[in-house]
Ligand binder design. Structure first.
Ligand code: AMP
Length: 301
């Protein structure tokens, strides 16, 4: 198993112009794990409460995700998030965030997890991301994600974390929020000054931008589709495809990274086709291959 993830496992309630769902399986680590599981073995570290449906855990197990690091807190309630999207589905409006069992979570990392070479610190309290990072031994690549909630409420811890990681995934509005810059190039320069060697700026339906501190850049448009029902989890699915591909190939060269960006784009495109992780859960490897090939035909790769 080459990939370790810590992040939220959640019960999400979602409203988009195309429908509503209540308390479905969600969370940053959930989307990431399901997406990455198509490429490599994934070890998950998170916590859920006694109210977390067993059938949701089974969905992760069926994808081969290791749940030894998923703590079940008896008497606690699972993290809950409610969000709404307007027709411009690039921005989620958070209606509530209930941290519940994540409030006092002290992650326990099973011994065999500690040597995992690729680590993804998915969106969650940066203090927790730091605690997990402290417990892993000499990882080959550490990436992290965050969101406006933590940029606003835990800025100091997040900046400390950014000084310790290689790759930061963020979306364009988060880049502007953290830097105070409107121009994305200026925002990226500021983010590099905080530590990461490479960043990926996700721009919703405008695609993704991979940038290095040395000035390298690779831009991938989003895959064009007729049906987009729910963008929740697109960013985490992107990261899952990206990190999963790198974990599988164990190659961090420029060409592999570009291919990883395309796999990220492909996985995000499946995610948004249905509510929650539903489409990801019915995917077959052949669907991924076909979309990757179609994407290549439609772009210049
Ligand atoms: P994404 O759409 O990729 O940014 O991620 C959506 C997922 O993030 C949802 O499934 C939520 O449960 C989860 N989420 C929302 N807010 C937070 C938060 N403050 N910390 C951790 N996870 C969150």
């Amino acid at each position: 198993m080459s990939l370790l993830v810590v992040g939220s496992v959640a019960l999400d309630s979602i409203e988009t112009p195309f429908g509503k769902r209540r308390e479905i399986l969600g969370g940053s680590a959930t989307y990431f794990s399901i997406s990455a599981s198509f490429f490599t073995g994934v070890r998950l570290v998170a916590v859920v409460g006694a109210d977390f449906p067993k059938r949701y855990a089974q969905k992760l197990e069926e994808r081969g995700v290791s749940l030894e690091g998923l703590e079940l807190k008896k008497g606690g309630r699972t993290f809950r998030w409610k969000g709404r999207y307007e027709y411009d589905m690039n921005a989620a409006h958070t209606i509530f965030t209930k941290l519940n069992v994540f409030k006092n979570f002290s992650p326990r990392i099973p011994d065999e997890y500690r040597k995992t070479p690729y680590v993804f610190l998915a969106n969650i309290d940066p203090d927790l991301q730091l605690a997990v990072l402290k417990k892993v031994l000499a990882p080959r690549l550490v990436a992290c994600d965050s969101m406006n909630f933590w940029i606003t409420n835990k800025s100091k811890a997040l900046k400390k974390l950014l000084g310790k990681i290689d790759l930061f995934f963020l979306n364009d509005s988060e880049a502007r929020l953290i830097s105070g810059e409107v121009n994305l190039m200026k925002a990226a320069k500021y983010v590099f000054s905080l530590g990461p060697q490479r960043i990926i700026i996700k721009r919703g339906d405008s695609g993704a931008l991979f940038m290095t501190r040395q000035g390298g850049c690779f831009s991938a448009p989003a895959h064009l589709m007729e049906t987009i029902k729910d963008p929740t989890g697109a960013g985490d699915s992107f990261a899952g495809g990206f990190m999963g591909y790198l974990g599988r190939t164990n190659d961090r060269g420029d060409k592999a990274v570009r291919k990883a960006v395309i796999y990220g784009t492909v996985m995000a495109s499946f995610c948004v086709q249905d509510f929650g992780p539903e489409r990801l859960l019915t995917l077959k490897p052949a669907d991924i291959k076909k979309r990757f090939d179609d994407y290549k035909k439609n772009t210049c790769l």
